[in-house]
Design a protein around this ligand. Sequence first.
Ligand code: ZN
Ligand code: ZN
Length: 241
Amino acid sequence: MRALRTLQWVGLVLLALGVGAGGLWYSAFGRSKPIVDGQSVAEGVEQVKDGFVSLFIVDAGAGKVVLVDAGNDQLGRALLAALGKRGLSASSVLAIFLTHGHPDHTAGCNLFPGAQVYALNSELPLVGVAAKVTHPLVDGEVTDVDDLRVETFAVPGHTSGSAVFLARGVLFFGDSAGASKSGQLMQAARIFTADPTENVASLKALAARLGPRAGEIKELAFAHTGPLAGLKPLLAFARSH
Ligand SMILES: [Zn+2]
Ligand SMILES: [Zn+2]
């Protein structure tokens, strides 16, 4: 009897935790534009849904790709399936660019021991042992990986070493911003963010920096939501904050 009662208590506690987590989740992401698995965000850029997060496969040359983030799944089921659909395997992944060190973005790194790993220097403590960062980046750095050129922008706030990457005309925000269902750019989800004020200031600074280059930006891509077209949503965010 006692064992049964204990089990009932455990069940109730788990249920309460589940409902609580669901509520938090909704408050953070309920207004978000949903992720579409396998969506082509721009030419040579595919968004892969990995549960509640996503990552991006970016073409880097014939049969070679680069990842932006590595997902939440240590076994990389969605990611490996997406690579397999193109006849690619783990060894086709030349490099992984980590937008930041939260575990829902780094868990898949273990599957690509041959890949170079890039992250901002200031994020190394948070990446920790989840990945061996082979190339610590600094703000403004331009990196060539085979045919792909990747530009790095520091956007501290969500984490102190959060980065936005620009490649193939797509700006990859990781968790530093998201898209609302109504097509607006939203700041990083507050409850998961180290410094929301700094996050907003970084997004405004990025808008000021990239405004003169708006013609280069085709799409804005986010880890936990679908994408937005052009630089305009970032510029509009900067004007209204
Ligand atoms: Zn995060
Ligand atoms: Zn995340």
